[in-house]
Design a protein around this ligand. Structure first.
Ligand code: PMP
Length: 450
């Protein structure tokens, strides 16, 4: 390992960081994280803080999950890699697909297509949706609808259904045929509607309008996160996702649930779709499937969609997509250990309880600090704070000031993430009551200092 001086001198010099201006990471070198344990991370200067982000919403079981580490080590010894392209498989991935079938049975999803992460999982879901319609003789269903403010990763497909211009503008033109409808974002929306239930109905009506405008027969799928994460933790009213399900079903449109963040317990339910009582047709998962210890994901497929492929007699059902690391045995072994541990610890219960504590704690801060315009969350351990420079006009806080709050919060003992004017809090699902209190006092200290 190179020494500290070497690391500091070369920090960001020979690499570009995601979601960052290359000049900015040179001018403001990123914090070097050297170690982690439990729910805490330690930087190169020896400062230890609570990780209020949980890695990147993926380290649900914290950094010391011994069974996953052991499973990875054992699998590296036995079979570090082999492909699952046509003709070969491995024991870990077979066992994992069996486990996932059981895990997602209440969601009606029984087949998995393995990937290396969330963007891959969305990409394959979008492809399978078009292919499903082609097999069924509806080749004209090629478009995708999604929500403004949604985030669906960085591949050209997922980025095309992303609903945030920041992630698209420099890469346009995107995939043709991707159209966006209003999100149920009560704090800001063009309907001027603050009541979540009425807003949900207005957004559903807008979706129906868009379908009528495009023509249902041209639309392959609707893509949505059950709770919108990177967009700033936008929690829809409980009637919204069931309403989307109903509209999709009535129009022959597949519902792709992007559960890259929400699957495996984050919302306080085992999946975000289950949280809202909805069965999607395809579900993208990744992140917490291996607790962040190995890049891995799975696109889960509903029985009735799978059967269209499996019973195909047209010859169109060959899945002509796949990743070198689809079904990676080491990732699969990590996922098996992770899911067992996730269930053994029953993390959903803690996510729900600690999520309520975090949400109400932040709500109380809103009463004291005008810079907090809106607080969102309450469904598990996903909380968003939207900062404003003026509560009356809702003018968003500039990035520099939000960064100052984040830095002061770090100095006070907790690492949070800033996305636009939002602070996102998504700690490990095993977090204790005392550590949630620690996050809350760090936020308050950060707000005071900044
Ligand atoms: N979908 C959602 C909802 C996400 O939050 C993310 C990543 N934050 C992705 C897709 C993309 O996943 P990945 O970064 O693993 O490619």
């Amino acid at each position: 390992m190179k020494d500290e001086n070497f690391l500091k001198e070369n920090n960001a010099r020979h690499m570009w960081h995601p979601m960052c201006h290359p000049a900015d990471s040179l001018a403001n070198p990123p914090r070097i994280i050297k170690a982690a344990s439990g729910v805490r991370i330690t930087d190169i200067d020896g400062t230890e803080v609570i990780d209020a982000i949980g890695g990147l919403w993926n380290v649900n079981l914290g950094y010391s999950c011994a069974p996953i580490k052991q499973a990875i080590a054992d699998q590296l010894e036995a079979l570090p890699y082999y492909s699952t392209f046509r003709g070969t498989s491995n024991d870990a991935v077979i066992e994992l697909s069996w486990m996932l079938r059981e895990f997602f049975e209440p969601d009606g999803l029984s087949r998995a297509f393995f990937t290396s992460g969330g963007s891959d999982s969305i990409e394959i879901a979008m492809r399978l949706a078009r292919q499903y319609h082609k097999i069924r003789g509806e080749a004209g269903r090629v478009k995708y609808l999604s929500l403004k403010k949604g985030y669906h990763g960085t591949h050209m497909g997922g980025a095309s259904v992303n609903g945030n211009a920041n992630f698209r503008a420099q890469y346009e033109p995107m995939l043709p045929g991707c159209h966006h409808v209003p999100a149920p974002y009560a704090y800001r929306n063009s309907f001027g509607e603050r009541d979540p239930e009425t807003l949900a109905q207005l957004c559903l009506a807008a979706l129906e309008d868009e379908i009528a405008f495009q023509g249902a027969h041209t639309i392959a799928a609707f893509v949505m996160e059950p709770v919108m994460g990177a967009g700033g933790v936008i929690v829809p009213h409980p009637t919204f996702m069931p309403g989307v399900r109903d509209i999709c079903s009535r129009n022959g449109i597949l519902l792709i649930a992007d559960e890259v963040v929400t699957a495996f317990g984050r919302t306080g339910s085992w999946s975000g779709s289950r949280h809202w009582g909805v069965r999607p047709d395809l579900m993208a998962t990744a992140k917490a499937i291996t607790n962040g210890y190995f890049p891995f994901g799975a696109c889960m497929i509903a029985d009735h969609v799978a059967e269209v492929f499996e019973n195909d007699e047209t010859g169109k059902a060959n899945v002509a997509s796949g990743y070198t690391y689809s079904g990676h045995p080491t990732g699969a072994a990590a996922a098996i250990a992770c899911i067992k541990e996730t269930q053994r610890l029953n993390v959903v219960a803690n996510a729900a309880e600690r999520g309520t504590q975090l949400f109400h704690g932040v709500l109380a801060l809103k009463d004291k600090y005008d810079v907090i315009g809106d607080v969102r969350g309450g469904e598990g351990l996903m909380t968003g704070i939207e900062f404003v420079s003026d509560r009356a006009t809702k003018a968003p806080l500039d990035a520099q000031s939000a960064g100052r709050i984040q830095n002061a919060m770090f100095d006070a003992g907790a690492m949070a993430r800033i996305s636009g004017p939002n602070m996102i809090l998504s700690p490990a699902l095993i977090i204790s009551e005392a550590d949630i209190d620690g996050i809350l006092s760090a936020i308050e200290a950060g707000l005071k200092a900044a």
